[in-house]
Design a binder for this molecule. Sequence first.
Ligand SMILES: [Cu+2]
Length: 336
Amino acid sequence: NFPDKSYRHCTQMDKLLAMPSVKSVPKIPEDLEKYQEIFLNFHVVVELSRNGPSPRMAINGKRLAYPSSPPITFPETNSFKSCRLCDELTVFRNICECSHVIQVPLGTVVQLVLFSITQIPVGLSHPIHLHGHEFHVLKTGYGQYDNVTGMLLDVTHDIDCHGDMYCHRATWTNKDWHGDDIPELNMVRPPVKDTVIVPHGGYVVIRFTADNPGWWIMHCHVEHHLLEGMALLFKVGEDSDISKPPKNFHTCGDFQMSEKEFEEKLEGPEKTPFSIQTLNVKINSQTPTHEDGVDWQKRFWALFGVFMVSMVTIITFGVYKYRWNKTRIGYSQILT
Ligand SMILES: [Cu+2]
Protein backbone atom coordinates (compact mmCIF):
# COMPACT_ATOMS: atom_id res chain seq x y z
CA ASN A 1 0.00 0.00 0.00
CA PHE A 2 3.05 2.29 -0.08
CA PRO A 3 5.50 3.34 -2.81
CA ASP A 4 7.74 0.29 -3.41
CA LYS A 5 10.91 2.32 -3.74
CA SER A 6 10.37 4.30 -0.56
CA TYR A 7 9.49 1.54 1.91
CA ARG A 8 11.16 -1.84 2.34
CA HIS A 9 8.92 -3.20 5.00
CA CYS A 10 5.69 -2.06 6.55
CA THR A 11 3.80 -3.66 9.44
CA GLN A 12 0.19 -2.80 10.14
CA MET A 13 -0.61 -1.72 13.68
CA ASP A 14 -3.22 -4.45 14.18
CA LYS A 15 -0.67 -7.13 13.24
CA LEU A 16 1.52 -6.31 16.25
CA LEU A 17 1.28 -8.35 19.45
CA ALA A 18 0.89 -6.90 22.91
CA MET A 19 2.96 -8.20 25.83
CA PRO A 20 1.35 -11.25 27.51
CA SER A 21 0.79 -9.20 30.67
CA VAL A 22 -1.42 -6.68 28.85
CA LYS A 23 -5.14 -6.87 29.60
CA SER A 24 -7.27 -8.93 27.24
CA VAL A 25 -9.82 -7.59 24.75
CA PRO A 26 -13.19 -6.79 26.38
CA LYS A 27 -15.82 -9.32 25.40
CA ILE A 28 -19.09 -8.32 23.77
CA PRO A 29 -21.64 -8.52 26.62
CA GLU A 30 -24.63 -10.83 26.27
CA ASP A 31 -26.83 -7.89 27.20
CA LEU A 32 -26.50 -5.81 24.02
CA GLU A 33 -27.72 -2.74 25.92
CA LYS A 34 -24.19 -2.66 27.31
CA TYR A 35 -22.54 -2.62 23.88
CA GLN A 36 -22.26 0.14 21.31
CA GLU A 37 -20.69 0.16 17.85
CA ILE A 38 -20.13 3.70 16.58
CA PHE A 39 -18.89 4.82 13.14
CA LEU A 40 -16.88 8.05 13.11
CA ASN A 41 -15.69 9.67 9.88
CA PHE A 42 -12.72 12.04 10.18
CA HIS A 43 -13.05 14.08 7.02
CA VAL A 44 -12.72 17.37 5.18
CA VAL A 45 -15.63 19.75 4.72
CA VAL A 46 -15.54 22.63 2.28
CA GLU A 47 -16.86 25.85 3.75
CA LEU A 48 -17.95 28.64 1.46
CA SER A 49 -16.94 32.02 2.79
CA ARG A 50 -16.42 35.51 1.36
CA ASN A 51 -12.84 34.49 0.58
CA GLY A 52 -13.99 31.49 -1.42
CA PRO A 53 -14.12 27.79 -0.58
CA SER A 54 -11.85 26.70 2.26
CA PRO A 55 -11.30 23.19 3.67
CA ARG A 56 -12.17 22.51 7.30
CA MET A 57 -11.87 19.38 9.45
CA ALA A 58 -14.88 17.62 10.96
CA ILE A 59 -16.19 14.36 12.40
CA ASN A 60 -19.44 13.02 10.93
CA GLY A 61 -20.20 16.45 9.46
CA LYS A 62 -19.75 18.25 12.78
CA ARG A 63 -17.01 20.60 13.89
CA LEU A 64 -16.71 20.78 17.66
CA ALA A 65 -17.86 24.05 19.21
CA TYR A 66 -15.80 24.00 22.38
CA PRO A 67 -17.72 24.40 25.66
CA SER A 68 -17.35 27.70 27.51
CA SER A 69 -15.66 25.95 30.45
CA PRO A 70 -14.62 22.38 31.37
CA PRO A 71 -17.90 20.39 31.57
CA ILE A 72 -16.48 18.00 34.17
CA THR A 73 -16.24 20.80 36.75
CA PHE A 74 -19.07 23.08 35.59
CA PRO A 75 -21.86 20.91 34.14
CA GLU A 76 -24.61 23.35 35.18
CA THR A 77 -23.15 26.64 34.01
CA ASN A 78 -21.74 25.40 30.74
CA SER A 79 -23.10 26.62 27.44
CA PHE A 80 -23.48 23.87 24.86
CA LYS A 81 -24.42 24.50 21.25
CA SER A 82 -27.05 21.96 20.25
CA CYS A 83 -26.36 19.57 17.36
CA ARG A 84 -30.08 19.14 16.63
CA LEU A 85 -30.02 21.24 13.44
CA CYS A 86 -26.93 19.39 12.22
CA ASP A 87 -28.73 16.08 12.61
CA GLU A 88 -32.09 17.13 11.21
CA LEU A 89 -31.44 19.56 8.38
CA THR A 90 -29.42 18.28 5.45
CA VAL A 91 -28.56 21.78 4.26
CA PHE A 92 -26.64 22.50 7.47
CA ARG A 93 -24.79 19.21 7.70
CA ASN A 94 -21.80 20.24 5.64
CA ILE A 95 -20.99 23.32 7.68
CA CYS A 96 -22.24 22.40 11.11
CA GLU A 97 -20.46 23.55 14.27
CA CYS A 98 -21.92 22.28 17.52
CA SER A 99 -21.11 20.64 20.87
CA HIS A 100 -20.63 17.12 19.55
CA VAL A 101 -21.17 14.84 22.55
CA ILE A 102 -21.56 11.03 22.52
CA GLN A 103 -23.05 9.76 25.76
CA VAL A 104 -22.07 6.28 26.91
CA PRO A 105 -23.40 4.54 30.04
CA LEU A 106 -20.69 3.58 32.52
CA GLY A 107 -19.35 0.07 31.86
CA THR A 108 -20.41 -0.04 28.20
CA VAL A 109 -18.17 -1.98 25.81
CA VAL A 110 -17.56 0.48 22.97
CA GLN A 111 -16.39 -0.59 19.51
CA LEU A 112 -15.42 2.36 17.33
CA VAL A 113 -14.96 2.23 13.58
CA LEU A 114 -12.75 5.22 12.84
CA PHE A 115 -12.44 6.02 9.15
CA SER A 116 -11.38 8.78 6.78
CA ILE A 117 -13.56 8.94 3.70
CA THR A 118 -14.26 12.11 1.75
CA GLN A 119 -15.99 11.82 -1.62
CA ILE A 120 -13.97 14.69 -3.03
CA PRO A 121 -10.30 14.45 -4.08
CA VAL A 122 -9.10 15.80 -0.75
CA GLY A 123 -8.23 13.75 2.29
CA LEU A 124 -5.62 12.85 4.82
CA SER A 125 -4.66 10.22 7.36
CA HIS A 126 -5.30 11.39 10.92
CA PRO A 127 -3.62 10.46 14.26
CA ILE A 128 -6.67 10.07 16.50
CA HIS A 129 -6.20 10.35 20.27
CA LEU A 130 -8.69 9.41 23.00
CA HIS A 131 -8.42 10.80 26.52
CA GLY A 132 -9.37 8.86 29.64
CA HIS A 133 -9.14 5.34 28.16
CA GLU A 134 -6.82 2.96 26.37
CA PHE A 135 -8.16 0.84 23.54
CA HIS A 136 -7.32 -2.35 21.68
CA VAL A 137 -6.56 -1.96 17.98
CA LEU A 138 -8.41 -4.89 16.41
CA LYS A 139 -8.21 -4.19 12.69
CA THR A 140 -6.91 -1.78 10.07
CA GLY A 141 -8.62 -1.65 6.67
CA TYR A 142 -7.25 0.20 3.66
CA GLY A 143 -8.46 1.67 0.39
CA GLN A 144 -6.62 1.05 -2.88
CA TYR A 145 -3.41 2.98 -3.41
CA ASP A 146 -1.06 3.58 -6.33
CA ASN A 147 2.00 1.42 -5.60
CA VAL A 148 4.32 3.99 -7.18
CA THR A 149 2.95 7.30 -5.92
CA GLY A 150 1.13 6.10 -2.81
CA MET A 151 -1.89 8.19 -3.84
CA LEU A 152 -5.37 6.97 -2.99
CA LEU A 153 -7.11 5.37 -5.99
CA ASP A 154 -10.30 4.21 -4.29
CA VAL A 155 -11.71 4.24 -0.77
CA THR A 156 -12.47 1.03 1.12
CA HIS A 157 -15.65 -0.76 0.07
CA ASP A 158 -16.14 -2.30 3.53
CA ILE A 159 -18.03 0.81 4.66
CA ASP A 160 -21.33 1.94 3.14
CA CYS A 161 -21.87 5.72 3.12
CA HIS A 162 -25.45 5.38 1.81
CA GLY A 163 -24.76 8.03 -0.82
CA ASP A 164 -23.93 10.71 1.72
CA MET A 165 -21.08 12.99 0.62
CA TYR A 166 -19.50 13.16 4.06
CA CYS A 167 -20.45 9.63 5.09
CA HIS A 168 -21.73 10.64 8.50
CA ARG A 169 -24.25 7.81 8.99
CA ALA A 170 -22.15 4.90 7.85
CA THR A 171 -22.67 1.17 8.37
CA TRP A 172 -20.79 -1.93 7.33
CA THR A 173 -21.50 -2.80 3.71
CA ASN A 174 -21.94 -6.42 4.74
CA LYS A 175 -24.92 -6.50 7.09
CA ASP A 176 -23.55 -9.63 8.80
CA TRP A 177 -20.60 -7.71 10.18
CA HIS A 178 -21.10 -6.72 13.81
CA GLY A 179 -19.38 -7.21 17.16
CA ASP A 180 -16.87 -10.04 16.90
CA ASP A 181 -18.22 -11.10 13.50
CA ILE A 182 -15.92 -8.90 11.42
CA PRO A 183 -13.28 -10.68 9.30
CA GLU A 184 -9.63 -10.42 10.32
CA LEU A 185 -10.16 -8.99 13.80
CA ASN A 186 -7.04 -9.52 15.89
CA MET A 187 -8.55 -10.80 19.15
CA VAL A 188 -5.35 -12.40 20.48
CA ARG A 189 -3.12 -9.90 22.26
CA PRO A 190 -3.77 -6.90 19.97
CA PRO A 191 -1.83 -3.74 20.81
CA VAL A 192 -3.24 -1.38 23.43
CA LYS A 193 -2.92 2.31 22.64
CA ASP A 194 -4.49 5.72 23.18
CA THR A 195 -3.60 7.11 19.72
CA VAL A 196 -3.93 5.44 16.34
CA ILE A 197 -3.46 6.50 12.72
CA VAL A 198 -6.66 6.34 10.68
CA PRO A 199 -5.57 5.82 7.06
CA HIS A 200 -6.89 8.02 4.27
CA GLY A 201 -9.61 6.07 2.50
CA GLY A 202 -9.48 3.30 5.11
CA TYR A 203 -10.49 2.52 8.69
CA VAL A 204 -9.45 1.22 12.10
CA VAL A 205 -11.58 -0.89 14.47
CA ILE A 206 -10.85 -0.25 18.16
CA ARG A 207 -12.54 -1.49 21.34
CA PHE A 208 -12.52 -0.44 24.99
CA THR A 209 -14.65 -0.60 28.11
CA ALA A 210 -15.96 2.82 29.09
CA ASP A 211 -15.12 2.37 32.77
CA ASN A 212 -13.71 5.81 33.57
CA PRO A 213 -16.57 8.23 34.34
CA GLY A 214 -16.14 11.77 33.03
CA TRP A 215 -16.01 13.92 29.93
CA TRP A 216 -13.29 12.77 27.54
CA ILE A 217 -12.21 14.44 24.33
CA MET A 218 -11.32 12.41 21.24
CA HIS A 219 -9.47 14.44 18.65
CA CYS A 220 -7.05 14.49 15.74
CA HIS A 221 -3.55 15.25 16.99
CA VAL A 222 -2.66 17.42 13.99
CA GLU A 223 -2.83 20.74 15.81
CA HIS A 224 -4.69 22.80 13.25
CA HIS A 225 -7.17 19.95 12.58
CA LEU A 226 -7.97 20.00 16.30
CA LEU A 227 -8.42 23.77 16.31
CA GLU A 228 -10.69 23.59 13.25
CA GLY A 229 -12.99 21.26 15.17
CA MET A 230 -11.92 17.68 14.40
CA ALA A 231 -12.84 16.58 17.92
CA LEU A 232 -15.80 15.34 19.96
CA LEU A 233 -16.59 14.62 23.60
CA PHE A 234 -17.43 11.27 25.15
CA LYS A 235 -19.54 11.63 28.26
CA VAL A 236 -19.01 8.38 30.17
CA GLY A 237 -21.60 7.74 32.88
CA GLU A 238 -24.29 10.00 34.33
CA ASP A 239 -23.59 13.19 36.29
CA SER A 240 -24.04 11.15 39.48
CA ASP A 241 -21.18 8.82 38.39
CA ILE A 242 -18.76 11.69 37.79
CA SER A 243 -16.71 13.03 40.70
CA LYS A 244 -17.63 16.51 41.86
CA PRO A 245 -14.92 19.17 42.15
CA PRO A 246 -13.69 19.85 45.71
CA LYS A 247 -15.46 22.46 47.84
CA ASN A 248 -14.41 26.04 47.01
CA PHE A 249 -12.91 24.87 43.72
CA HIS A 250 -12.46 28.06 41.73
CA THR A 251 -14.64 28.72 38.73
CA CYS A 252 -13.64 30.30 35.46
CA GLY A 253 -13.62 34.09 35.66
CA ASP A 254 -15.39 34.64 38.98
CA PHE A 255 -13.11 33.27 41.65
CA GLN A 256 -13.47 35.27 44.86
CA MET A 257 -11.56 34.48 48.02
CA SER A 258 -9.75 36.92 50.28
CA GLU A 259 -6.45 36.08 51.92
CA LYS A 260 -8.26 36.02 55.27
CA GLU A 261 -10.84 33.51 54.01
CA PHE A 262 -8.05 31.37 52.62
CA GLU A 263 -6.23 31.40 55.96
CA GLU A 264 -9.49 30.38 57.65
CA LYS A 265 -9.85 27.45 55.25
CA LEU A 266 -6.31 26.39 56.06
CA GLU A 267 -7.21 26.28 59.73
CA GLY A 268 -10.30 24.15 59.08
CA PRO A 269 -10.54 20.41 58.39
CA GLU A 270 -10.26 20.86 54.60
CA LYS A 271 -6.62 21.80 54.36
CA THR A 272 -5.39 22.49 50.88
CA PRO A 273 -1.91 21.61 49.57
CA PHE A 274 -1.53 24.99 47.85
CA SER A 275 0.67 27.65 49.40
CA ILE A 276 -0.51 31.21 49.92
CA GLN A 277 2.01 32.32 47.27
CA THR A 278 0.53 29.89 44.75
CA LEU A 279 -2.94 31.21 45.49
CA ASN A 280 -1.82 34.81 45.04
CA VAL A 281 -0.38 34.00 41.62
CA LYS A 282 -3.69 32.41 40.66
CA ILE A 283 -5.70 35.34 41.97
CA ASN A 284 -3.57 37.82 40.07
CA SER A 285 -3.95 35.86 36.84
CA GLN A 286 -7.74 35.95 37.09
CA THR A 287 -10.26 38.77 36.84
CA PRO A 288 -9.97 41.71 39.31
CA THR A 289 -10.79 40.56 42.81
CA HIS A 290 -11.20 41.84 46.32
CA GLU A 291 -7.45 41.31 46.81
CA ASP A 292 -6.66 43.75 43.99
CA GLY A 293 -8.84 46.34 45.79
CA VAL A 294 -6.65 46.00 48.90
CA ASP A 295 -3.54 46.60 46.78
CA TRP A 296 -4.97 49.77 45.29
CA GLN A 297 -5.89 51.08 48.76
CA LYS A 298 -2.31 50.50 49.94
CA ARG A 299 -0.93 52.31 46.90
CA PHE A 300 -3.29 55.25 47.43
CA TRP A 301 -2.27 55.73 51.09
CA ALA A 302 1.42 55.40 50.20
CA LEU A 303 1.10 58.11 47.53
CA PHE A 304 -0.93 60.28 49.92
CA GLY A 305 1.82 59.93 52.55
CA VAL A 306 4.51 61.01 50.08
CA PHE A 307 2.34 63.94 49.03
CA MET A 308 1.80 65.11 52.64
CA VAL A 309 5.51 64.86 53.54
CA SER A 310 6.37 66.88 50.43
CA MET A 311 3.81 69.56 51.30
CA VAL A 312 5.10 69.89 54.90
CA THR A 313 8.69 70.18 53.61
CA ILE A 314 7.74 72.87 51.08
CA ILE A 315 5.73 74.87 53.67
CA THR A 316 8.56 74.60 56.25
CA PHE A 317 11.12 75.72 53.70
CA GLY A 318 8.84 78.63 52.66
CA VAL A 319 8.38 79.82 56.25
CA TYR A 320 12.11 79.52 56.96
CA LYS A 321 12.93 81.50 53.79
CA TYR A 322 10.38 84.19 54.66
CA ARG A 323 11.81 84.62 58.18
CA TRP A 324 15.41 84.66 56.92
CA ASN A 325 14.58 87.41 54.39
CA LYS A 326 12.85 89.43 57.10
CA THR A 327 15.87 89.13 59.42
CA ARG A 328 18.26 90.16 56.60
CA ILE A 329 16.13 93.29 55.87
CA GLY A 330 16.27 94.17 59.65
CA TYR A 331 20.10 93.85 59.71
CA SER A 332 20.51 96.02 56.61
CA GLN A 333 18.31 98.75 58.13
CA ILE A 334 20.43 98.69 61.32
CA LEU A 335 23.68 98.89 59.30
CA THR A 336 22.43 101.83 57.22
CU1 LIG B 1 -6.26 15.29 11.27
